[in-house]
Write a protein that binds this ligand. Structure first.
Ligand SMILES: [Zn+2]
Length: 246
């Protein structure tokens, strides 16, 4: 049994605090520090891959920001694939050709949310092994970010979140890299922009979400970024955990 992201503040306050990961503050490079448990020490390949995942997530976010800013300036003529991605993940009303100036009222706030995520992710960050929730509750989660008591949903205050947790086991497989990039951007949307999950990408209601509901929905951001990077409208990712199939 596994779950996805555990990121509901209410739940965390009711249960016992997470045991801390014993090995903390291990410096990987000037931009990345990791925490893990002594019973599950990541090897050099895993640590190198995590650094690559973080670097790739930053590069993908930068590309997405450049692309969306360009789409939001005259002549408002993004490529068909970019139009398709925005229609799919932010539920923009379809405009197949001609100016997309009508989108700018919605695209502006989305770009500023991406800027918050980018600002947070490009600074020095700490990533912890999601193994910690297995230690405390026997749950196998692939990624999560815990809220702190002073957290306010929607109010961007990174310090009101704990560190981003990703399952270091996934780092054993090169094939999981894009999946981990999507998960990191998803968790960064929680931590640095205080977003909340309305629908996960592989939940039935995702493709019929009201456009407003996508504005603070982490998967809408994560899948837009990897779609722009891959230049295809990605709607499914192999191994992407499906939340509520318990
Ligand atoms: Zn989430």
């Amino acid at each position: 049994m596994f779950f996805r992201w555990f990121d509901d503040g209410e739940k965390s306050s009711q249960t016992s605090p997470m045991p801390t990961l014993g090995v903390r503050g291990i410096v990987v490079n000037s931009q990345l520090t990791i925490n893990y448990h002594s019973s599950r020490v990541p090897n050099d390949v895993q640590i190198r891959r995590l650094a690559e995942v973080v670097a790739l997530a930053r590069a993908c976010l930068e590309l997405a920001l450049r692309t969306l800013r360009r789409a939001n300036t005259p002549p408002y003529d993004p490529e068909p694939i970019i139009r398709r991605i925005l229609e799919s993940h932010f539920r923009f009303s379809p405009i197949t050709r001609g100016s997309t100036k009508d989108w700018s009222g919605d695209l502006g706030p989305i770009i500023s949310n991406f800027e918050s995520i980018w600002t947070g992710l490009r600074a020095r960050i700490t990533i912890s092994d999601a193994y910690s929730v297995y230690l405390s509750r026997g749950l196998r989660l692939r990624g999560y970010t815990m809220t702190k008591p002073n957290h306010l949903t929607g109010v961007a205050r990174p310090e009101s979140y704990g560190s981003i947790h990703l399952d270091f086991d996934l780092l054993k497989n090169e094939r999981e890299k894009l999946l981990m990039v999507a998960m990191l951007i998803h968790e960064a949307a929680h931590k640095f922009r205080s977003m909340w999950d309305t629908r996960y990408r592989n939940e039935p209601g995702y493709s019929t979400l009201h456009p407003i509901s996508t504005r603070m929905n982490p998967d809408s951001y994560a899948f837009t970024v990897i779609s722009i990077y891959k230049r295809q409208c990605i709607t499914q990712l192999w191994g992407y955990p499906s939340a509520r199939k318990i």
